[in-house]
Design a protein around this ligand. Structure first.
Ligand code: UN1
Length: 497
């Protein structure tokens, strides 16, 4: 597959004439395709096209805009399986997870299509009976969407869908680890007949393409999902521009809190799904299992027993639970945290390591690494995001303990509490810091009609998915007087003497 940029409705090569390769992380020898390596000049063309297309797109009826989204969904549904297979190959997700990612993307766009015919503002009362007031929204302008490889279909659509429906135009830069899925998204919008310039695509690296996109003076909003380091750089750049806003979703150090009254089967299942789906490479993955001391031995035994049975292997196989990590750098990072856990005093229960055998030779596979560790604020493994199948089991004694341990990280994205006691669940809901909370469920698997985002290092407090509307629009107040004279609120006199 050979990708191109899309600028003003035209598929174009780049000014550099250079390309980036997309490879299969389960078999690094397999080159899946190549895409342009864009620079500042390409970015400039894309942003200019988006700026030019904005006025006409903004003026188009909201319902007409929504109809393009419906056309997109029809096309994707037809290709669901094909797209899932491409994704499984490009990012190494198990095929079942790749299908779910495509489904999540479809859901997002269906949600936005549905909103096309729904109320999108409020009518509010005035102190003066002859006045009507409205709260309305206006699009911000040009949105730059910079997205990660781990949800290469759903996450771009969380950002692109609401941006387009609300009347913004978009420049999309997919991750250089998943450019082919990114390419397909834009192809479908193109086939759906989206007017030229409304959605533009620039492929490339963060350094050469992402940076000039974030810095471009004609970009109004940067919506980003990825690492804290990149997100905070983006926030710094945007803070210096009087109109530019950054909405960043930046990972987590999520936890499952398991109380002594928990249903053990639910606790173990929720923990496995939280820790090992997508090989622990979700921003919602949990790498901390915070377990009441009364049941920790029983829980640990069951958790380890089931983890040993997980199928690790070829992503396209229906039996596979865990595929490879995304690349060698990701694997080295996970392994260095595994070593650090030992240095910081973890009692190792599952040793991780690289699976042996022909099918694993050319991919970035790792086994789960699990250890028990008393909570200690100084231990980096209990505070930093690992992004892999690396899990600590941490004992606690009281509800207050559980809350203190859970909150003792700089992140605050996703939390699960496993209990049959609604009172305990409520205290956790009120006292813990998170954006997504679950009871008797894993920390993963958010649905698109809910706001998706976190606090502290995890986010800027403005969520993605359905919550993105607050980032890509600004609210306006609009007041009309129907009287033949001016009457003011707050008892303000109108006579001019
Ligand atoms: C991510 O890892 O960036 O809630 C997104 C979930 C998925 C999305 C994860 N729906 O786990």
């Amino acid at each position: 597959m050979k990708g191109k940029n899309l600028i003003k409705g035209q598929w174009t090569d780049v000014t550099t004439g250079q390309f980036l390769e997309s490879r299969n992380p389960a078999n690094w020898d397999e080159v899946l395709g190549k895409v342009p390596r864009s620079n500042g000049q390409d970015v400039h063309q894309a942003v200019s096209a988006a700026r030019e297309a904005f006025p006409a797109w903004r003026r188009l009826s909201r319902i007409k805009r929504a109809e393009y989204l419906d056309a997109f969904v029809q096309l994707v549904k037809r290709d669901h399986e094909d797209l899932s297979r491409l994704m499984a190959k490009e990012v190494g997700k198990s095929i079942n997870e790749a299908r779910a990612d495509v489904t999540e993307g479809i859901h997002m766009i269906q949600h936005e299509f549905g909103l096309g015919r729904m109320p999108f503002g409020d009518v509010v009362a005035s102190e003066i009976e002859e006045k009507d007031s409205f709260i309305r929204r206006k699009p911000k302008g040009v949105v730059a969407a910079i997205t990660p490889w781990n949800f290469p279909f759903a996450v771009p659509l969380w950002l692109i869908g609401p941006s387009l429906l609300e009347g913004n135009t978009v420049v999309f830069k997919p991750s250089e680890e998943s450019p082919l899925v990114g390419q397909r998204i834009v192809e479908y919008f193109q086939q759906a007949g989206l007017p030229p310039g409304v959605l533009n695509l620039v492929h490339g690296t963060g350094e050469e393409t992402g940076k000039p996109l974030v810095r471009h003076p004609d970009v109004d909003v940067v919506v980003f999902t990825g690492s804290y380091e990149v997100g905070s750089e983006i926030k710094e750049v945007c803070a210096k521009d009087y109109k530019k806003m950054a909405v960043c979703e930046m990972g987590g150090k999520n936890g499952v809190i398991i109380f002594e009254d928990a249903d053990l089967r639910i606790a173990v299942n929720a923990s496995i799904l939280s820790a090992f789906k997508t090989s622990g490479q979700r921003c919602t993955s949990a790498s901390r299992l915070i377990v009441h001391e009364q049941i920790i031995d029983a829980f640990e035994q069951e958790f380890i027993k089931l983890t040993r049975c997980l199928n690790i292997g070829e992503p396209l196989s229906e039996k596979t639970f865990m595929g490879p990590l995304i690349n060698e750098a990701g694997r080295i990072k996970v392994e260095s945290y595994n070593d650090l856990a030992v240095k910081e005093g973890g009692k190792v229960l599952l040793e991780g390591g690289r699976p042996k055998g022909k099918i694993y030779e050319k991919g970035f596979f790792v086994y789960p690494f699990v250890y028990r560790m008393e909570h200690n604020s100084q231990n980096r493994v209990l505070r930093e995001e690992v992004f892999g199948p690396h899990v600590s089991i941490i004992p606690f004694r009281t509800v207050e303990d559980a809350i203190r341990i859970y909150n003792d990280t700089p992140y605050g994205l996703s939390l699960a509490v496993i209990t049959e006691d609604y009172r305990k669940a409520r205290v956790i809901r009120e006292e813990c810091e998170y954006g997504l909370g679950y009871v008797n469920l894993p920390t993963i698997g958010a649905e698109v009609h809910l706001p998706f985002g976190g606090v502290k290092k995890s986010g800027t407090g403005i969520p993605s998915a359905s919550g993105l509307v607050d980032a890509v629009t600004h609210k306006t107040a609009w007041t009309i007087n129907y009287a033949r004279e001016i009457k003011m609120a707050q008892g303000l006199k109108t006579e001019i003497e």
